[in-house]
Structure formats: C-alpha cells, structure tokens
Design a protein around this ligand. Structure first.
Ligand code: GMT
Length: 382
C-alpha cells in the first residue's frame, strides 16, 4: 500500500507512535509518506521507503494565528495526488482528522481516512466546547476510528455521539530495540552499586514530574539510589527546584531529551510514572519491554498496559504514600524487581510487539479502502 501518515513531530506519544508505525509499515514492504511540520523526533534517516513531507505555513500580516489546518490539508492533497496515496492515517484528532477530512473532500471523497485517537485530543480538547463539535464531526466522517486503549475507546463513545464504532488498537513496541540489552548503548555509565529509578516524559503538567522527584526523595531518603529524568518540557525548572528543596539535588540527574530512549530506560531498575492522566502510557510499555517493573498511577489505559502486582505496582493518583511505599519496597528487593521486570518483558513481547499490532492497522486500512469501491489509486491522480 501507499500510505500517508500525519502526526506531530514533537516529543509526545502520538508523534512517536505515528513515526514508529511509519517505519514498521515500511519494513513490511509498504511505501509511506510522513506528513508533519518538521522531521519527527523518532524519525531516523533510513534506506526504508519512508518519505518526509514538510508542511510550511506562510506568514502573512493578516494572520494573527497561522492557519496550519489549511496548509496541512493542502499538503495532504498534494501528496495524495502526486504520490498516489491509497489511504491516509492521521494521529491525534486536532487538527489532523479535520485536515484529513478537508483533503478528502477536496479529492472528491477519494481518500480513505483512518483516525487514531491518542488521549488528550479526547480527554482535554474534546472536553472543551471550543473544539467539541469539530472533533465529533471529524470522527464521524473518518472511514475508520481507532483508540489506543479500551479506556480511551469507552470514554470517546461516552462523550461523543458517534455514528461509527471506535476500534481498539493498542500502541506497540519493537522488542528488538526496547530490550534489556539496550543498556549497552547508553552513553552515561550506570552507577555501580546504586539502584536507578528512571522517568521519561515530555515534562508536561499531566506527567507530574515534580511529584516524581518527591516520591523518589521520600522512598529513597536513606537508600543508595539515583533518579534519572529523561526528557524536557514546561515542568523541568520546577522539578529541579523540588529536588533542591527536598535535599536530593545530587542524586537527581537531568539528562534532557535523548535520541535513544531505549538505552536510557534499559539502564534503570524501576520506571516511575505517576501521571494524572494517561490514555495508554507508552513509557510504561517501553520500560516493560526493557525488563523494568513500573510504579504508576491507576489511571486511563495504564492498567491495560501494566498488570498490577505482576509487571508493576499501580496506585490511585492521589495515593502518594502508596507510591512512596511501593517504590521503596522495590528498591529494597532486587529479586522482586527482577521477577516483575521479566514478567513485564514477556507481556510486552507477547501482547504489544509491533509484529502483532501493525497488521491490525493494515487490516483497518484495507477495510477503509474497501468502503469506497471507487478508491482506486488512478482516481486520485490529477
Ligand atoms: O500528553 C502526552 O503525553 C502527549 C500525548 C500525545 O498525544 O502526544 O500522549 C498521549 O498519546 C500517547 C500515545 O498514544 C499515550 O501513550 C499517552 O498516554 C497519551 N497521553 C495522555 O493521555 C495524557
């Protein structure tokens, strides 16, 4: 198939999933066109048949708000026409599903449109009256609609009046890349006799990075352990301040954004993810694939990823004392860490490996294409 994928390029789960999916589809023999406003962070120049198409939004004195939606729709039409797209798969409802829909209409309806919902597009933006109707319309006019967890699927169906089902397609991981062996490629040496707690995110408020620091400080007050924070974002300064105030500044390492997150995750002993909300929790899955137990909040789709007591420990988001005790118990018990970590690796490989999940998308593309029998590639040509 000739597949167009639209995603955000910045750090954030939906862009990561869109980009990893593009690469995985190309490895399976498809030709993929990745459309975004700059090269996505997880995109690595490759010999695979993945072509990047950059969306450029011209500046104009009249534009107080640059019209990205229009420039994106225009770019999709161009790519569909000249690269003969069979199907367009957009990640994140706003504005990608709407731009995809506009492009489809401009092409006389001849562009099967698959929309994948990732979380905040429904739970945050979908709750905002400024966007509600346009999100609902764009979902209803997509040819197929998927969500990355059952929790998100159910929430979407409760919040919106949908005329079509929302299908569950879990996020995935490449267990060859995310594996305990990835540790060998970490540029920073692991401390010899210290346990390492790791947290990877975009440091947005929803990730509660200052709370990551607090839980670590309380759990490891008298233990020989370090906290590795990988990523960057709005809460970075507050997390540094909290570490200093709590007296653990020396043991909290801020590594910034890293190109090879697998190497950093695999260097840790426990993943800590106390998010306020998480439609899926890709970092938890990546940690499991690397053989780490996960201490996380019992919110959104996280209980579908982390099996409580088997591959990690889940706590109500307000149960800070529980998280502190849970993390401490794992820091004190390397054998239990190993048992949970090995179970996590097995679960990641068995249920969330790309070779299981990517064919689900291929099947959905074929169905979306079959909905419109006129959708033959020659019809899309200029
Ligand atoms: O808030 C973020 O972390 C970014 C956001 C995104 O769309 O880029 O992440 C969402 O999508 C990820 C990939 O499907 C999920 O793993 C995250 O759980 C989800 N974030 C939230 O629901 C807060």
């Amino acid at each position: 198939m000739n597949i167009g994928i639209v995603c955000y390029p910045s750090y954030g789960g939906s862009g990561v999933v869109g980009t990893e999916l593009a690469m995985a589809l190309a490895r399976r023999g498809h030709r993929v066109h990745l459309i975004s406003y700059e090269p996505p962070v997880r995109y690595l120049p490759t010999d695979l048949p993945v072509t990047l198409h950059a969306v450029d939004v011209p500046q104009y004195p009249l534009f107080k708000y640059p019209p990205y939606l229009l420039a994106l729709a225009n770019k999709i039409v161009e790519v569909a026409r000249y690269q003969h797209l069979d199907v367009l798969h957009v990640h994140y409802a706003i504005p990608h599903a709407t731009a995809g829909l506009l492009a489809k209409q401009m092409l006389g309806g001849r562009l099967p449109l698959v929309t994948t919902l990732h979380g905040t597009d429904i739970t945050l933006l979908g709750a905002d009256p400024s966007f509600y109707d346009v999100i609902e319309y764009s979902m209803n006019e997509s040819d197929a609609l998927t969500a990355v967890s059952d929790a998100l699927r159910r929430e979407t169906m409760q919040r919106f009046r949908l005329r079509r089902p929302v299908e569950l397609v879990y996020n995935f991981v490449d267990p060859e890349i995310y594996s305990p062996h990835a540790r060998r490629r970490c540029p920073a040496p692991r401390p010899a006799d210290r346990a390492v707690v790791v947290h990877v995110s975009n440091f947005r408020a929803v990730k509660r990075v200052p709370l990551v620091v607090e839980v670590f400080a309380r759990a490891a007050a008298d233990l020989d352990a370090e906290l590795w924070l990988v990523g960057d974002g709005p809460d970075s300064a507050e997390a540094r301040r909290r570490a200093a105030v709590l007296g653990v500044g020396e043991r909290v390492r801020f590594w910034g954004q890293q190109d090879n997150p697998a190497a950093w995750i695999a260097s840790g002993d426990v993943m800590l993810l106390p998010s306020a909300q998480e439609a899926f929790g890709l970092a938890a899955l990546e940690a499991m694939a690397c053989g780490l137990p996960v201490v996380a909040s019992r919110v959104g789709g996280l209980p579908e990823v982390v099996s409580d007591g088997e591959t990690g420990l889940l706590f109500d988001p307000d149960d800070v004392q529980g998280m502190v005790a849970g993390l401490r118990s794992l820091l004190l018990d390397p054998a239990r860490r190993r048992t949970l970590g090995e179970a996590g690796r097995r679960r990641a490989v068995k249920q969330f490996a790309c070779r299981h999940v990517v064919p689900r998308y291929e099947e959905i593309y074929r169905r979306a294409m079959a909905r419109d029998p006129d959708t033959a590639r020659q019809d899309v040509v200029d």
